[in-house]
Design a protein around this ligand. Structure first.
Ligand SMILES: CC(C)(COP(=O)(O)OP(=O)(O)OC[C@H]1O[C@@H](n2cnc3c(N)ncnc32)[C@H](O)[C@@H]1OP(=O)(O)O)[C@@H](O)C(=O)NCCC(=O)NCCS
Length: 440
């Protein structure tokens, strides 16, 4: 994207933004304390900002410094803040920030680059003046410039991100079961050649990483974990324990190495399982058998789990499971034609979409999506639309975990050609439920 378009983009910030002396720029490592102070205050965290600086620094350093977008305001009446570290130190003050990680995410069709939006916050006395809107718009343009076609995030509140084109695209559930009913079906797959070992987490790390990488590569919605995110996942300090035991790792191995693992803590007579991953069904059975066999336990909790988690099928009495909705990862198509063209489809489709997108105008307009099992194209067209919808609806269905038919029934999208929505849903179908196991 050229310089002219960049300038035009900055002018799209809300009215009054510039008059207040506010500007946006990409930040860097030196800005981290100021950014953290804003976000920690906005999110009402109980820790001092320094606590988060210490934890975030290594994670951020690994993959994406320079992606912090800051809204700066000047403390000089009538003056306009300029970008640059010097100006920030002299007088400009950070009043809002958004950030993003560079992820590789499994989507229908393979693993793709995705921006993992995080660190969203606006200083409490500067809310509802368009700071977040300006940051979101600028960030979308930056993500597009980097060639990432998708953005994902976890939403603290469901009312914030729909307006920016994001929609819930995965589902996660907490499963609970009383220990007295924690029994597997007799025909659960078993392999006597597997061994099960409870090991210190730091000793198990290589095995964990190997199993996770293989599973994340093929399960839609999962993200490959960087070294720093493994550090975060396995962090075992009093604050990460939340009153429970140190983190435990149980690893199941076969002749060719590790085939599965579970990470869990104990406390209050509960086994609290944060991950069960396996590359072979029998390894998964062995993991459940270990978890179910712990003595002095009254209840087991598995969270997060996917909508089609195998435990739901393997438990001897499914009615004994208590299943509660946990959360959804939100997804947005940053580049509509690019993302649709590189997705795979379960059935042929030829449809003209009329897309509205308030905050990423390059996606607006009519697109003809043609796809079959061998590939897809998505090109601009002047043809009459078969359906009209918002970019957020395409985000919701991109991983196959939602249907456009649901939105049609709700009256939120318009079908001009009868059957167009159902046909597109058939093409977007995925047999597996999308699930993301990374908190960021
Ligand atoms: C959420 C937050 C970032 C919004 O920032 P902001 O600068 O006040 O947002 P804007 O002024 O750009 O508001 C944009 C629109 O979203 C709406 N909006 C913003 N936050 C909202 C919320 N929590 N619930 C409902 N609507 C919200 C505004 O009313 C406004 O609507 P309008 O365009 O119809 O007038 C800010 O309130 C904040 O920092 N909250 C606490 C931290 C947090 O929740 N961060 C998100 C972590 S995932």
């Amino acid at each position: 994207m050229g310089q002219a378009e960049r300038s035009e983009r900055v002018e799209t910030v809300p009215e009054g933004f510039a008059e207040r002396g506010w500007t946006i720029r990409a930040g860097g490592k030196d800005d981290l304390p100021a950014v953290v102070e804003v976000v920690a205050e906005a999110l009402l965290t109980k820790e001092e900002p320094g606590f988060w600086v210490d934890r975030l620094d290594p994670v951020l350093a690994e993959d994406h410094y320079g992606r912090q977008l800051l809204a700066l305001e000047t403390d000089r009446p009538g003056g306009a803040a300029e970008s640059g570290d010097e100006r920030l130190v002299e007088g400009g003050r950070v009043i809002g920030a958004v950030n993003a990680f560079s992820f590789r995410m499994s989507v229908p069709g393979g693993t793709r680059a995705a921006a993992g939006v995080t660190g969203v916050g606006v200083w409490p006395t500067r809310r509802r003046r368009g700071v977040l809107t300006a940051l979101m718009r600028r960030q979308l343009a930056d993500i597009r410039d980097r060639g990432e076609k998708l953005a994902v995030l976890w939403a603290s509140e469901g009312a914030i991100y729909g307006r920016f084109g994001y929609a819930p695209a995965t589902s996660a559930y907490e499963i609970g079961v009383e220990a007295a009913h924690a029994r597997l079906r007799p025909d659960a797959p078993r392999d006597p050649g597997l061994t099960t070992e409870l090991v210190r987490v730091f000793r198990a790390r290589a095995a964990l990483e190997r199993v996770h990488a293989a599973v994340a590569d093929r399960e839609v919605g999962r993200v490959q974990r960087s070294r720093a995110f493994w550090d975060t996942t396995l962090r075992d300090t009093p604050d990460s324990r939340q009153g429970r035991s140190p983190l435990k790792a149980v690893v199941v191995s076969g002749p060719d190495g590790p085939q599965g693992y579970a990470l869990y803590r104990t406390g209050n007579r509960e086994v609290y399982v944060q991950e069960v991953l396996a590359t072979a069904p029998a390894a998964r059975t062995a993991l459940y058998e270990h978890l179910f066999s712990r003595d002095l336990v009254t209840r087991l909790v598995f969270t997060p789990t996917s909508q089609d988690d195998p435990l739901r099928h393997l438990i001897a009495d499914p009615k004994r499971l208590s299943v509660t909705f946990d959360d959804s990862l939100w997804l947005r198509l940053v580049d509509v034609p690019g993302a649709l063209a590189e997705r795979s489809y379960a059935a042929p489709v030829d449809v003209v979409l009329e897309v509205s997108d308030r905050h990423a105008p390059w996606n607006e307009g009519r697109w003809r999506l043609r796809a079959d099992r061998s590939g897809a194209t998505c090109e601009p067209t002047e043809d009459a639309p078969d359906l009209s919808l918002d970019v957020s609806h395409l985000g919701a269905v991109h991983l196959g975990g939602r249907t456009l038919t649901g939105y049609l029934r709700s009256g939120l999208i318009t079908e001009h050609t009868p059957g167009a929505v159902g046909g597109l849903d058939t093409a977007l179908f995925r047999p597996d439920a999308p699930f993301c196991d990374l908190a960021f």
